[in-house]
Design a protein around this ligand. Sequence first.
Ligand code: NAD
Ligand code: UFG
Length: 337
Amino acid sequence: MAILITGGAGYIGSHTMVEFLTAGRELVVVDNFMNSKPESLRRVKEITGKDFRFYEVDLLDRDKLEKVFLENEIEACIHFAGLKAVGESCEKPLLYYHNNITGTLNLCELLAKYGAKRIVFSSSATVYGKPASVPITEDFPTSTTNPYGETKLMIERILADLVKADPEWSVSVLRYFNPIGAHPSGRIGEDPQGIPNNLLPYVSQVATGRREFLSIFGDDYATHDGTGVRDYIHVVDLARAHLSAIEYAEKTTGIDYFNIGTGVGYSVLDIVHAYETATGAKVPYRIAPRRPGDIDECYANPEKAAKVLGWRAEYGLEEMCRHAYGWQSQNPNGYDK
Ligand code: NAD
Ligand code: UFG
């Protein structure tokens, strides 16, 4: 019996594959490489010395996806595949709705048809919108401000309805906070196309000289130093949360929601300083106007995941920065040679 991983070639998927293969789990992986490269999968094999079955399949192609179910005994799924850029989702809403929602519908139909009614879904702290307070617990009200976040909320609702209609389903919704860092080997990591949207890849490219300086989007937020505060979590810790979630899903039915963060908020300036200390590199920056849609503070209360899943983040900020730098300096052009 195998676990199906959708979007396995991506940033979080590749790190999760390493943890599952190391734990001796059998994997079947699908990806259409719309935001990733085959090289990441080759490196997963290199790190683990383990093999897995891979299918280059678009989740929108239901017939091709069904072949994966016909050729393998799938018992559960970890569903990473989706588009994730907030700005792009505002420019191309139909692309985002179609890819993320239709892809998930096709997947769930097949999981049900082939009796694999267990799914761990990649949701996001973005579903909390602008939280009234921090830290955020799972029962906070949900809302969104962009099509990307809307797809996450819609999928959460689809999964909840699925469980209502068929209590055999087991659904774990993981609401990730801000994943950063890379595998300690420096062989896999985040490989954004073009100019990075997110803070850490940008900082890494400045630290390694690919970009001149970081623009800090606003220094007048209601935070300890005026710059935005987030809950950064090491991608390997995040990957391990999926192992715990799958083990939990194997024992339970119904739907559950988990914050996957550290519970600690760091500002943009905290990150810049920690990065410089951890790596010895310089990260020149300039204060720029606020980025539309950004919020002051967002960090998790991760106690539910600790209590129910038995999972807790272990890596600290120093390792997150050091590992991000290791990946970036060893692979200045990402997976492109
Ligand atoms: P990523 O883009 O690196 O990985 C997603 C993978 O899915 C890519 O390899 C892409 O090629 C694939 N994919 C997309 N649409 C597909 C389709 N229709 N068929 C087959 N494959 C498809 O992103 P990531 O950072 O690894 O994120 C994984 C998941 O976690 C996404 O659902 C994302 O929305 C969610 N998430 C990410 C973050 C973050 O900051 N990285 C935060 C919260 C939630
Ligand atoms: N920031 C800068 N300069 C940059 C990039 C970011 O100052 O060049 C700041 C932002 O203003 C924010 C912080 O760094 O204060 C973090 O920004 P990111 O773009 O790295 O992350 P966000 O918290 O804005 O968003 C991320 C994902 C979303 C997801 C959200 C919640 O990109 O998809 O976390 O999980 F929805």
